[in-house]
Design a protein around this ligand. Structure first.
Ligand SMILES: [Zn+2]
Ligand SMILES: [Zn+2]
Length: 427
């Protein structure tokens, strides 16, 4: 068995991992580089973008663009596997993006939408065989919904590929028990390390963040929250926070469709995803789908306006012109607040991921930063490594500081630092 990290040994995002055995190849993730990352040109990759694909397959850990964004560059007949609900959400997102004004970007998203039609789905613990290689997905908590780690087995060797994950989300309780049950006798862990440079960061849990939101919603009658439309658990936390604060919950049709996908497929497992979209009796958590009239910006009119103003609301927004007039209208009121619930690096001019249009969008308002990371903190990484105790060692990826793994863990575990494209022989 051989492991090659084609990209992602020294950066967050853009990951491509290859695990090869007897000519069969399993690729994990085919992501774009995050904006602002120094471009790493990809050569053609045999079995993925060129050559014979009859013995290979691509598995996607989750729908963030730095893991799935390049799927339309994979050869057309290459089988691709994604989580079932993740694929539906990703399809909604990409369909919307295929109508954005920038023609080149819109065309790129259209190609992704076409490719989505050919993708296969899997469920947690379903074993999938690609020649002599077996892949088993393990469900994990991340800021993307329906995200997975993979166990890849071949030649009597077992690899755990973590993808992106964390220990402080609503569904993180299962992390260590899942690993104890299924990640036994692992030889190597290919691990993400996004937060490895922040050894002392105490990360707020999603539960704590939800409580804070609830307090704010009680205090401010009109709340607007700028949040990623696919950060599902955050959005459901906002829904529960506004319900507890007895406020209405408002979002546009695109966002409503995404929430319906999750609610319909998962409300039988937990009340957390159970939104009553037709509830009419009480303002607490009452759901309003705001429809746009043609190209006009969003607005509250008539009875809806007076109802929302009477009871107060939490509205989900995105950084585009169709939301701006509504926020501006309410921003004048002392009862209004705009929350920014995404990574603050996008608003930091000193960071390479600085996003000028997002910065300009929030500039007129006094924003409140309310966010917690989608990635594992140091304690979580440590407990994962101690639980799994890989026989061979750990290969860091999805990190800007792979050498930190050595500094922090070398006494307990062998750390293998690879460069992009290195071929690592699993013995
Ligand atoms: Zn990522
Ligand atoms: Zn991610």
């Amino acid at each position: 068995m051989k492991i090659t990290i084609h990209r992602g040994t020294n950066q967050i995002g853009g990951c491509i991992t290859e695990i090869e055995s007897n000519g069969y190849k399993v690729f994990i993730d085919f992501g774009e580089q995050l904006p602002g990352t120094e471009a790493v040109e990809l050569g053609a990759i045999n079995g993925l973008t060129c050559g014979d694909i009859s013995k290979s397959a691509l598995f996607i850990t989750h729908y963030h663009a730095d893991h799935i964004g390049k799927i339309s560059d994979a050869l057309p007949d290459l089988p691709i596997y994604v989580g079932k609900t993740a694929l539906k959400i990703f399809n909604c997102l990409e369909t919307r993006l295929s109508y954005i004004p920038d023609p080149n970007e819109a065309a790129r998203h259209k190609r992704i939408v076409e490719r989505i039609k050919t993708i296969n789905t899997f469920e947690a613990l379903q074993r999938i065989e690609i020649g002599g290689i077996t892949v088993t997905p393990l469900f994990v908590d991340h800021s993307a919904y329906d995200a997975y780690m993979f166990i890849v087995e071949a030649d009597n060797k077992r690899i755990l590929h973590t993808g992106d994950f964390r220990g402080h989300g609503f569904r993180s309780k299962g992390l260590i028990p899942t690993l104890k049950a299924y990640a036994k006798n692992i030889d190597f862990i290919i691990s993400e390390g996004s937060n490895i440079q922040r050894p002392n960061a105490t990360i707020q849990t999603e539960q704590e963040l939800q409580k804070d939101f609830e307090l704010h919603f009680r205090e401010h009658k009109y709340s607007f929250v700028l949040v990623s439309s696919t950060n599902i658990d955050r959005i459901f936390a906002l829904y529960h926070a506004s319900k507890n604060a007895k406020r209405c919950f408002v979002c546009d049709s695109y966002q409503t469709n995404i929430l319906k996908i999750v609610s319909e497929s998962h409300k039988q497992y937990t009340k957390f995803y159970d939104i009553d979209f037709n509830q009419k009796t009480s303002p607490a958590g009452r759901f309003f789908e705001l429809k746009r009239k043609g190209q006009n910006p969003f607005s509250f009119v008539g009875k809806l306006k007076s109802y929302l103003e009477k009871h107060g609301f939490c509205m989900l927004i995105r950084s585009n012109d169709s939301f701006q007039p509504l926020i501006t209208e309410y921003a004048k009121s002392n009862d209004s607040k705009v929350f920014y619930s995404m990574w603050n690096g996008y608003l930091d001019r000193n960071k390479s991921a600085f996003n000028e249009s997002l910065f300009n969008f929030v500039k007129p308002y006094e924003i409140e930063y309310m966010h917690t990371s989608g990635h594992a903190d140091l304690e979580t990484l440590k407990s994962v490594f101690e639980t799994v105790k890989p026989n061979g060692g750990i290969i860091p990826i999805h990190t800007e500081a792979p050498e930190k793994f050595k500094e922090l863990f070398h006494e307990q575990i062998n750390i293998i630092l690879l460069q992009d494209g290195d071929e690592f022989d699993v013995k």
